[in-house]
Ligand binder design. Structure first.
Ligand code: PEP
Ligand code: MN
Length: 369
């Protein structure tokens, strides 16, 4: 006999049972959603208190304790392993949310897309105002004549900022370490003669009083990016600071390094991408060009691209210079030497003056991004 309610002869009771159970699950999902977000709000409050105390958002001990209590209370049917995995997922989502919140509270973080730090040097030169600044000069100051020849070319071509490197952080202690204070003196004399601003690398916070007398900008090299004592000390100088990314640092670590300087009182920080260490050995480092748009999205600080140390070779300098300009950077840094073949450091990458001028002509043809 055919059931009039069920013409196919099937029993529809299981279907309605499933429907009813699924409704219960839907209700529980809603409760879980509410509870998860309630939990997240409380955790965010803990995070806010913690960031005020400068303690880490991550507390593995507390996570371990919570798991232990949960697993002891667990009556199944989920195994303790499954409960552990589910709650660890909740913990890590909470940590990610709190870290994101803590990071967006950084001073170097951009609050909106129009916020930008524009740095004005004593001669009126601006960095970060939408212009494309070229910072240039030899790897190291070697003599008055050497620097003077480069400076004359910089001034002739309308550049404003000259490298006057007196302390060189070399890989080998037996290689040329720079002229020291003599190099600073030469740098200042040459800069004044040609109306240029001088930037020089600082290696240690003890050099601040001496170097402050000579430089228009301080420069922190890749090897010192995470020297937090030096970074904090540079928070108290009146000059802007160029901060290079370490060859082993993430973009986030570079931002935190900049935060040290800015939070210590010096808002005038310029970031410099200089290539990171990878397995590639046809270049000295690998220019991480995506760092430029990423940094520009995240921070209001100006970003400059070092096309010399990133490649370590001059034959691709013109292309890298164009790439730097097209990337939206606020400028580039390139090493120039009157006779690169006899340079006391970085001979393979420094451009001769004619090469530098040809690079300028090429990038001039590109519009500013
Ligand atoms: C430099 O630019 O002078 C220099 C030493 O480069 P880095 O610190 O990036 O190695
Ligand atoms: Mn160099």
């Amino acid at each position: 006999m055919v059931d009039s309610d069920n013409p196919n002869g099937h029993n529809n009771k299981p279907q309605s049972q499933i429907y009813a159970l699924r409704q219960q699950i839907d209700d529980i999902n809603m409760q879980l959603l509410k509870l998860l977000n309630q939990r997240a709000e409380i955790a965010a409050e803990v995070g806010r208190i913690k960031s005020g105390m400068a303690t880490s958002q991550y507390d593995p001990e507390r996570e371990g304790d919570m798991l232990e209590v949960l697993q002891q209370a667990n009556q199944g049917p989920f195994s303790n392993e499954t409960i552990g995995a589910l709650f660890k997922e909740i913990f890590s989502a909470t940590l990610a949310m709190n870290s994101e919140k803590a990071r967006s509270a950084l001073l170097v973080e951009r609050s909106d897309e129009h916020q930008r730090t524009v740095i004005t040097l004593p001669d009126g030169t601006k960095i970060g105002d939408g212009s494309f600044q070229i910072i240039s000069g030899p790897c190291a100051v070697e003599s008055f004549e050497q620097l003077d020849e480069v400076a004359a070319a910089l001034a002739k071509n309308g550049m404003s900022i000259m490298r006057g490197m007196a302390y060189k952080p070399r890989t080998s202690p037996y290689h040329f370490q720079g002229l020291g204070e003599e190099g600073l003196k030469i740098g200042r004399r040459v800069a004044n003669k040609h109306g240029l601003m001088m930037v020089s690398e600082i290696l240690d916070m003890s050099q601040i009083p001496l170097m402050s007398q000579y430089v228009d900008l301080f420069w922190v090299g890749a090897r010192n990016m995470q020297n937090s004592f030096l970074l904090r000390a540079l928070g108290n100088v009146r000059q802007p600071v160029i901060l290079k990314r370490s060859f082993g640092a993430t973009i986030e670590e570079l931002l935190y390094a900049a935060e040290y300087i800015v939070s210590s009182g010096n808002p005038n920080v310029i970031l410099m991408e200089r290539g990171i260490r990878t397995f590639e050995n046809w270049t000295r480092n690998t220019l991480d060009i995506s760092a430029v748009p990423l940094l520009k999205q995240e921070t209001h600080l100006p970003v400059i691209v070092d096309i010399s140390h990133s490649a370590g070779r001059r034959d691709i300098a013109n292309t890298l210079a164009k790439v730097a300009k097209a990337s939206g950077a606020d400028g580039l840094m390139v090493e120039v030497h009157p006779n690169p073949a006899v340079a006391m450091s970085d001979a393979k990458q420094q451009l001769s003056i004619p090469e530098f001028e040809s690079m300028l002509a090429e990038i001039d043809m590109l519009p500013q991004v």
